[in-house]
Design a binder for this molecule. Structure first.
Ligand SMILES: Nc1ncnc2c1ncn2[C@@H]1O[C@H](COP(=O)(O)OP(=O)(O)OP(=O)(O)O)[C@@H](O)[C@H]1O
Length: 635
């Protein structure tokens, strides 16, 4: 748009002012000239708009400045935020790395401790011959009598097998594991066995039996970890009976032949109890199958005549149930041979190691002449047992129906603070809690005798059992308690391992055992096979804090009430025992959840025993030690 040029001629200017429009209209090259009014308006508008623009620009400038200021502040803030976030991230990263470093150092320390224990304890639990010749079996044993699951289970897809295991909380580890079988009738067992189960009121297999019995019948090596009272005896007992039956049907057992199956238990009472279970089912087999001869089992335990036991073996037998001491006595004197033995059961294997029977077990393994099926049951899985399983079992199936060392969840656990001098009186009150039968545990023989005497004075129907009594007295005490003529049995831990008193209502720990595993075994005498039971434990300041921390952790794990005096105990490992470090929660040695291996009372005790045993050997040449009350020699 051309801008009008200012007029220089007055006349023109007058004319122009007279008719600005005309002027604008004249084609004088000012086609885009704007008349004054409009111009004024435009100028005014422009002025206004300029002013507005200035103001706007001023405002914008101010805004920009403010924004810049803000941004700067924010920027600073951001940078502060950024910096603090960065610092925090760095702090976190440092903390994580510090935490990682601490965990790493704890793990290294614990691994060293475990290695020391391994070195100090002795060589791995393998037979001398196997160790010497480096014999390692790699092939699995064949199935017993070519047993195999019925088609329904053979064809069961893996995911269905897994869902059954998930439903019954059965954890397995291993290859080619047969499907768990939910009914005894589907396990292809002879009618006599099924009748025996019915006679015992056993209608459905427990979890460990659902998975363990098919594995056992398949000839597989098994590591079984299960709650106390979950029916482990049948898991190894039935496959062993079937193996002995197959042997008998293949070639009638002649004098001096056998055994074909060997069961080793840590105590005489447990061995006796297992022997009675085996006899019960072999009797039923013979009764319902006239075509089957009576399978013969022999009980070889201390306290009974060695000659009688040797005679029974000499007649030819199918199975032997033994304690380690007497077994080795017979083997070393060549009154028994394992040349034909194809099945080995180690019941409560961890207890046998604890009780110093390692040498006897290793010596027993030496007498095997070929590959065998090994079934190992343990309430806890210390490293030595894990190492043994790795070296002496072939392609084992691990069946776990409960954390190794965990308490049976069917037991209501009550812990009460009772002063030492008030225990006897309070015990009498405690006995009123439930009807009989009641089992009372004491840590040592003298307490058993004292409590026994006190309760007799109070006219309680009570019997006692401990290592200081002879075999006949112990057997009579167990018998009278089992048949119900006595309401209370008082015992040391010998009565805690595996002994099965089906109807126990109440277990009373007159004192807290020194090791949490013993506590688990003791309370496991009640609440067996699905029944519920009560366990009351007296504690006071005499107990080592570590064991009380283990007890607290066990109660928390089992969802039990934790009394205030236990709850307030601070963990020795600063809460580290609750963390999983190097795949281990709690103690890598004893399985206690309230401490780590560096504070393990059991490890300390074991070290002292090993040291003293070494000293004994150096002085007397007899490398033996007496473990907890009464476990010296053969049980
Ligand atoms: N499937 C079952 N159903 C019901 N009761 C059973 C079953 N299996 C075993 N029992 C009974 O449960 C009790 C405990 O069995 P057993 O002694 O074999 O358990 P356990 O796991 O060996 O116990 P512990 O850990 O104390 O040695 C016995 O009286 C036994 O007869």
């Amino acid at each position: 748009m051309r801008v009008p040029v200012p007029l220089t001629n007055p006349a023109e200017a007058l004319q122009h002012l007279a008719d600005p429009l005309k002027w604008m209209m004249e084609d004088d090259g000012y086609e885009d000239y704007v008349p004054i009014k409009k111009r004024k308006a435009a100028m005014k508008e422009k002025l206004v708009s300029d002013r507005q623009k200035e103001r706007r620009e001023e405002a914008e400038r101010v805004m920009r400045e403010r924004l810049a200021e803000e941004k700067k502040k924010r920027g600073i803030a951001n940078s502060l935020l950024a910096v603090s976030a960065k610092l925090k991230a760095e702090e976190e990263a440092n903390k994580d790395s510090r935490e990682q470093a601490i965990k790493e150092s704890i793990k290294n320390e614990e691994d060293q401790l475990l290695e020391q224990v391994q070195l100090q304890m002795s060589t791995p639990l393998m037979s001398v011959r196997e160790r010497a010749k480096g014999i390692m079996y790699t092939e699995r044993m064949p199935a017993i009598g070519e047993w195999r699951p019925i088609k329904k289970y053979r064809d069961l897809p893996e995911e269905e097998r897994a869902s059954i295991r998930e439903k019954y909380f059965i954890e397995v580890n291993g290859k080619d594991i047969p499907a768990p079988i939910k009914r005894f009738e589907e396990m292809r067992l002879p009618r006599g066995i099924l009748e025996g189960l019915k006679a015992k009121g056993i209608m459905r297999p427990t979890q460990i039996q659902m998975q363990g019995i098919p594995c056992g019948l398949m000839g597989r090596d098994i590591i079984g970890i299960a709650f106390t009272g979950s029916g482990k005896t049948l898991v190894f007992g039935l496959p062993m009976i079937m193996s002995a039956l197959e042997q008998e049907l293949r070639a009638k057992v002649q004098p001096t032949e056998g055994p074909f199956g060997l069961i080793i238990a840590p105590s005489r009472e447990l061995a006796h109890q297992t022997y009675e279970v085996i006899e019960f089912y072999t009797d039923h087999l013979a009764e319902y199958h006239r075509e089957f001869p009576k399978l013969r089992s022999v009980l070889t335990i201390g306290g009974l005549s060695t000659g009688t036991q040797a005679m029974a073996i000499k007649k030819g037998c199918h199975m032997v149930v033994a304690t380690p001491g007497r077994l080795n006595d017979l083997l070393n004197k060549k009154k028994m041979s394992l040349a034909q033995c194809q099945v080995l059961v180690l019941d409560e294997a961890d207890r046998m190691i604890d009780l110093g029977f390692e040498e006897e077990i290793r010596n027993t393994l030496d007498h095997y002449r070929g590959q065998r099926q090994t079934l190992l049951f343990s309430a806890t899985m210390p490293k030595k047992i894990q190492d043994f399983a790795k070296t002496a079992l072939v392609d084992a199936v691990v069946i776990n129906v409960g954390r190794a060392g965990a308490a049976n969840l069917d037991v209501i656990q009550e812990v009460e603070y009772v002063k030492q001098e008030a225990k006897l009186v309070y015990l009498l009150k405690c006995l009123q809690k439930t009807p009989p039968p009641v089992l009372i545990f004491c840590e040592n023989k003298s307490d058993v005798d004292d409590v026994h005497e006190y309760l007799l004075l109070k006219a309680v129907e009570v019997v006692a059992i401990h290592g200081g009594l002879d075999q006949e007295e112990r057997h009579e005490a167990i018998r009278s308690f089992k048949e119900g003529s006595k309401d209370v049995l008082i015992g040391t831990d010998v009565a805690s391992k595996g002994l099965d008193f089906p109807a126990i209502q109440h277990v009373i720990n007159f004192d807290m055992p020194k090791e949490i595993e013993n506590y688990v075994h003791r309370i496991g005498r009640t609440g067996r096979c699905g029944r519920t039971g009560v366990a009351t434990t007296f504690v006071n300041k005499n107990q080592d804090e570590t064991i009380l921390l283990d007890l607290k952790a066990l109660l928390l794990e089992a969802g039990q009430h934790v009394p205030p005096f236990l709850m307030q105990l601070d963990s020795a490992a600063g809460g580290r025992e609750e963390e999983e470090i190097g795949g281990v929660k709690g103690c890598a040695y004893c399985g206690g959840l309230g401490h780590r291996i560096s504070d393990c009372p059991k490890l300390e005790t074991t070290r002292q025993k090993t040291t003293s045993a070494t000293k004994d050997y150096l002085t007397t040449g007899a490398a033996r030690y007496t473990g907890a009350e009464g476990y010296a020699g053969d049980w």
